[in-house]
Design a protein around this ligand. Sequence first.
Ligand code: CA
Length: 349
Amino acid sequence: MAAASRSYHYRELKSPFRRKIMPLTSYWTFAFLIFITSQCLADDDHEMEEFLKREYSLSKPYQGVGSLGSSHWELQGDAMVTTDQVRLTPDMQSRQGAVWSRLPCHLTDWEMQVHFKIHGQGKKNLNGDGLAIWYTKERAQKGPVFGNVDNFTGLGVFVDTYPNEEKHLERIFPFVLAMVGNGTISYDHERDGRPTELGGCNAMVRNLKHDTFLFIRYVRRRLTVMIDIDGQHEWRDCLDIPGVRLPKGYYFGASAITGDLSDNHDIISLKLYQLTVLRSQQEEEEEEEITIPSVDNFELLRLGQTEEGMSGIAIFFTVLFSMLGCIFLIVIGLVVYSHWNESRRKRFY
Ligand SMILES: [Ca+2]
């Protein structure tokens, strides 16, 4: 039932939450479906409406993208616009490119639909490195994490096409993975981001004839990622994590990088929908301002914050007390030595 409610045709429906007008004869079927759906999707039982937000969306014909000031989107690095796509990197070695929204997003609940394409000459596992979709404080900076900066603040959803860590044979690549950073956590490239991953799924997305999509939904602090890569127009669950706290006012972006191995990393469209969710008065009151990204019950993030908080003040006091201790010991030593020397002299005379 859940799978059925998530299947759709792109031409008429772009989201599982798009409302349809039903003929009167279908009323009872509709009512029955609503009842069943509400029973199946315990978390989706709140009424939702969605609106495409053009200012945060990127689609053909990419008018003005990349030129100064005339678009909501900015190109960075080797990224290029063509009539059919925004090419983040070409299928060439050592390239890095990105496209970034110029506007900070202040929506509480949203949904991003990513239409992308990864293709190249490289045979299986001789291609790299993948692309990333971002909702971060930082924007338009070059770096090692799929072309973006490390120690980022916010959300990253990665389509990792190259297995750097050879040991984990049980994981099939390409692999889709989500990570939340608070500005102090590093992405472990050599381990394909495993130490900091929130969850993920494998996704055979390279060199496909049909369209491939990624769906990122952030509603009521729940992060859901789904993929549609089989050409069936059906969303497949990838990860679903409650208690994800993301501040407002961050930037959407997409980036990609190639190294010794390469691929064409293309964005065909980024469509951002605002979701209006009905909240109870109690929920509204409990809603506090989030300033640092975090994930409930996820230790790594908290550890990162503690380490950061300690580093400045703790190091200062450790050094200060160590120095005071050394001076104290030297003074005691000198006093003992002079006493011993004096008593020795007295005995000598
Ligand atoms: Ca990798």
